[in-house]
Design a protein around this ligand. Structure first.
Ligand code: G3H
Ligand code: 13P
Ligand code: NA
Ligand code: ZN
Length: 328
């Protein structure tokens, strides 16, 4: 059944676990997530980006997620709008029946230029007022995702600020977070700790200087009752990079957010962990491998099935590691 984000995250906080929030664009991703959740009895957060809505169309995206609730009536599902760039986008999602929206006011409506703090408070509070009136949850974001390694905001691979960002923009300030939550009344807060969207997050296995897990502790100490959200949280499995390369793909050396670092984050109040890239890598690796080795197959269900199984395995590993397995 469809539930609000707040319900799931409150339960996660009470029971000390985290929930992966997987991005979805098509049938196979929805199937993979639901099969994994069913097998390990986990609640589910599925989220659609603006890009997902453009790819599938609003009606298909909505009905795919609603179909999941019909096929698996025993699994609680959140239908979440990822990175709403304006109140208008969030209103559209609410009208479509989404049970949760993200008002990403860390950037201006172009989704590239960093915003002022006042703008962020203003648009986020506006969305919270409307959403709460109809039982929809709201995630806000304070701080811009981007690399502490280079100081660069995101470019082609991800979304978000372009160009060089200051240390202040790249890390969420605990005092500002407290003021932001008080003024906006958001249900969950996405924080910036050095992660970025896409496959190219770190040029080496991250250590504390480029992945600021310590900052999560400081924010949590300041706002212990606020559910924290980590974006750009794919772990970028080296095994899948290897398989992609082995079967003709081109991927440079890169490192993601280690699962054990996320598990530490969960100890300090992280309740929602956004994952898109890991599913993309697994599906691409499985598809490349299948098509390269089964050269006479031409039924798309054959390689899509392989891709679905690969995505399902990733989902199960995350449900288990974050502790949401067994909580549905
Ligand atoms: O927010 C980033 C997610 O990975 C969605 O990516 O905009 O390419 O659908 P997308
Ligand atoms: P990844 O690119 O690390 O999977 O992050 C996805 C995300 O944060 C979606 O909002
Ligand atoms: Na989100
Ligand atoms: Zn994100």
């Amino acid at each position: 059944s469809l539930v609000s984000m707040r319900q799931l995250l409150d339960h996660a906080a009470e029971n000390g676990y985290g929930l992966p929030a997987f991005n979805v664009n098509n049938l196979e991703q929805v199937l993979a997530i639901m099969q994994a959740a069913d097998e390990c009895n986990s609640p589910v957060i599925m989220q659609g980006s603006a890009g997902a809505r453009k790819y599938a169309g609003e009606a298909f995206l909505r009905h795919l997620i609603l179909a999941a609730t019909e096929a698996y009536p025993h699994i609680p599902v959140v239908m979440h709008q990822d990175h709403g760039a304006s109140p208008a986008v969030c209103i559209q999602a609410m009208r479509s029946g989404f049970s949760s929206v993200m008002m990403d006011g860390s950037l201006m409506e172009d989704a590239k230029t960093p915003s002022s703090y006042e703008y962020n408070v203003d648009v986020t509070r506006k969305v919270v007022e409307m959403a709460h009136a109809i039982g929809v949850s709201v995630e806000g974001e304070l701080g811009c995702l981007g690399s502490l390694e280079s100081g660069m905001g995101e470019k082609e691979d991800g979304h978000g600020a372009e160009g060089v960002l200051s240390h202040d923009q790249l890390l969420t300030d605990p005092d500002e977070a407290a003021d932001f939550v008080k003024k906006t009344q958001v249900d969950a807060l996405a924080i910036a700790i050095g992660t970025s969207h896409g496959a190219y997050k770190f040029t080496r296995k991250p250590t504390g200087d480029i992945l600021a897990i310590e900052r999560i502790k400081q924010i949590h100490a300041r706002i212990p009752n606020t559910h924290l959200v980590m974006h750009g949280s794919s772990s970028v499995p080296q095994e899948w990079l290897e398989i992609i390369r082995q079967y003709g793909g081109e991927m440079k050396e890169t490192y993601g957010v280690p699962v054990e670092e996320i598990v530490t984050g969960i100890k300090y109040g992280v309740r929602k962990i956004n994952i898109d890239t890991d599913i993309r890598l697994a599906m691409t690796g499985a598809t490349r491998r299948f098509l390269a080795t089964q050269k006479s197959e031409f039924d798309p269900r054959k390689f899509l099935k392989e891709a679905t199984v690969a995505a399902k395995d990733i989902c199960k590993l995350r449900f288990e590691a974050f502790g949401s397995a067994g909580q549905a």
